[in-house]
Ligand binder design. Structure first.
Ligand SMILES: Nc1ncnc2c1ncn2[C@@H]1O[C@H](COP(=O)(O)OP(=O)(O)OP(=O)(O)O)[C@@H](O)[C@H]1O
Ligand SMILES: [Mg+2]
Length: 247
C-alpha cells in the first residue's frame, strides 16, 4: 500500500527527516511516535504530497508518487487529516462533509466498501458521519461542536472520499481523556481492510491502535516493531517515556 525508501527532508540547516524507510501492508495499522520535532509531520507531509522530499522515494499502491501533487495522491485514494484543524467553522457539520465529498476520488480503488450505486453526495456524507458517530449532529455549525467532535468530523471528511489508505496526524491532540477514548474506539471500529498510518504523540493511543509502530527522534529511525516491542525498547523508554514522565 505504501513503501517509503530512505526518505529525507532538509529545511536549510535542519534535517527534519533522515533516512526513513517503511512498508505498509494491506490492512495494516501503523503508528509513528516520537517527541516534538522528531519529524513525524514532515514524514506525513511527504507521504501526502504537501512537501517534496530532498532524498528518497514514496510509492503508493505500487506507483512512484515522489513528485506527484497532493491532489493527485488524494484522487489515487489517500485520505488524511491534519495536525492543525482544517474545518469550515461557520458551516454545518453536514456541509463540511459534503464539501469534502465533492473533492471526489476514484471509485475504482474502493475495496473496503461494497460496490453499489451510491453516487449521491448527501448519502455518502451521511454514511461518513454515521461511521464516526456524528450523524445526529449534522445540522449543527462546526463552532458548536466539542473539540473531540471536531476531530471526529475531520475523520468523516477523510472517509467520505472512500480512501484506500488513511493518514491521521495526531488526531487526539488536545482532547480530554473521555474524548480520547471515544476517538480510540472510533478508529478501532474503522474497516480492518483500510490501512492506517497514525501519527500520535500519545503512546497509549499509538500503541493501542496499531499492529506495528515506528519511533523517530531528530528525524531518524529509532525502532520499528510490535507495540509491545516498542513499548519495552530501552531507547524508546529513555527518549520518550522519560520525557513524558517529566511533563
Ligand atoms: N517548514 C519548515 N521549515 C523549517 N523547518 C521545519 C519546517 N517544518 C518542520 N521543520 C523542522 O523540522 C523538524 C521536524 O518537525 P516536524 O513538525 O516534522 O516534527 P513532529 O515530529 O511532527 O513534531 P510535533 O510532535 O511537535 O508535531 C523540527 O525541527 C521542525 O522545526
Ligand atoms: Mg507534528
Amino acid at each position: 500500500m505504501l513503501v517509503i525508501d530512505d526518505l529525507g527532508k532538509r529545511y536549510g540547516g535542519v534535517q527534519a527527516v533522515d533516512g526513513i524507510s517503511l512498508v505498509l501492508e494491506p490492512g495494516e495499522r501503523f503508528g509513528v511516535i516520537g517527541p516534538n520535532g522528531a519529524g513525524k509531520t514532515t514524514l506525513f507531509k511527504m507521504i501526502a504530497g504537501d512537501v517534496p522530499p530532498t532524498a528518497g522515494a514514496v510509492h503508493l499502491f505500487g506507483k512512484d508518487v515522489t513528485t506527484m501533487s497532493t491532489a493527485r495522491r488524494a484522487r489515487m485514494g489517500v485520505g488524511r487529516t491534519f495536525q492543525i484543524s482544517n474545518l469550515f467553522r461557520d458551516m454545518t457539520v453536514f456541509d463540511n462533509v459534503r464539501v469534502a465529498a465533492r473533492g471526489g476520488t476514484s471509485k475504482a480503488r474502493v475495496f473496503w466498501m461494497p460496490q453499489r450505486a451510491k453516487d449521491d453526495v448527501s448519502e455518502r456524507s451521511i454514511e461518513a458521519l454515521e461511521s464516526v458517530g456524528l450523524a445526529d449532529r449534522r445540522n449543527l455549525t462546526v463552532a458548536n461542536l466539542s473539540h473531540g467532535e471536531q476531530r471526529q468530523l475531520e475523520i468523516a471528511m477523510a472517509l467520505v472520499g472512500e480512501p484506500s489508505i488513511l493518514l491521521l496526524d495526531e488526531p487526539a491532540a488536545g482532547l480530554s481523556a473521555v474524548e480520547r477514548a471515544t476517538l480510540k474506539s472510533l478508529i478501532e471500529n474503522l474497516p480492518r481492510t483500510l490501512p492506517i498510518l497514525l501519527i500520535e504523540h500519545d503512546m497509549t493511543l499509538a500503541l493501542g491502535l496499531t499492529d506495528r509502530v515506528m519511533c523517530m527522534e531528530n528525524g531518524r529511525h529509532v525502532v520499528t516493531g510490535t507495540p509491545a516491542e516498542v513499548r519495552d525498547n530501552e531507547t524508546v523508554r529513555e527518549i520518550y517515556l522519560g520525557r513524558r514522565d517529566k511533563k
